[in-house]
Design a protein around this ligand. Sequence first.
Ligand code: DAV
Length: 376
Amino acid sequence: MAKIVNSWNDFDPLKHVIVGRADHSCIPPEEPATSEKVPIDSPMRGSWGPRPLETVEKANAQLDNLVKVLEERGVKVDRPTPLQWNAPVITPDFRTDSMMTAMPPRDVLLTIGNEIIEAAMSFRCRFWEYLAYRPLLEEYFNEDPEFLWSQAPRPRLSDASYKHNYYDEQISLEERLERTANKDFVTTEKEILFDAADVLRLGKDLFIQHGLTTNRKAMEWFKRRYPEFRVHAVNFPGDPYPIHIDATFVPLRPGLIINNPHRRLPDEQRAIFEKNGWEIVDAAQPAHSEPPPLCYSSVWLSMNCLVLDHKTVIVEGSEVYQQEQMDKLGMNVIPIDFRDAYPFGGGLHCATADVYREGELQSYFDDVDFGDVTLV
Ligand code: DAV
């Protein structure tokens, strides 16, 4: 029987990956978690339901092209089985009137070595999203005797999981930034909540962003669940909507990370990297001043790249400044048009989830005298 699942970081040679699908995607109705993420002046506010079919088709065409490029380079690609997302979610604790998508597998599935964990996501509309990946996980389980299939404790997502009246009036950008700096987010600490895309895996160290989609209790869970790992809470004060670490802090190879210049890692946390010989460089400016229509994410999807190995990276086709910077940093860049997929849940990193990367578990941070600042 084959070894199918193995991945300890985002940069070792990629051999097997899941690429999302946009079919049946919906804009979910407002709920305590999502109303905080959708900017107040976005046309997505107040309108929900199935996304226009022509936008689904365009996104799927770009996702299919990504699959083709990966397969041409010898990467095996699997695809999820989307549900009919235009249906309510009803549990003993809440009701919401539609689900969302199977476009960003990165949010749902966290691969740590030979384990894939179904995340404890905070959006009610994403409560059943992991079901789209079940056919694949069943297959991996049947074929790979070492594959560990896990699910984080299922959150109940009752009203107790959210702060209420958190944004009952339009709040200013300054106030949002202040809340980020004060680590004041919409989710409470009632239960364990995290999106997989908030977890940056660097071998034995997990850097987890505390933000709108991941709380401190999740970090405590990681710490107890993986005692052999070092778990670090990181926070990026310049981000008014801190959701997912992969348009903020993106490793390209051992020793090199690009950091969103508007969301710099605080100095005391930077020191950990510098002390261990890592270079953190400001990412290039995005080529666009606005995200595409009906998109949740910011223009910083420019840095949401998919690293294929220590020298090769896929970058969005129109992001010329990011491509140029990657080139200067010694990476071979494969440009791929992907903006039509952005509205469905993000960029090239979001749209994928690791199944197999070559390489073993390594410790990249041997100077482990981190002080108190980042340890949970
Ligand atoms: O900058 O809007 C997007 C990350 C999506 N996974 C941003 C973060």
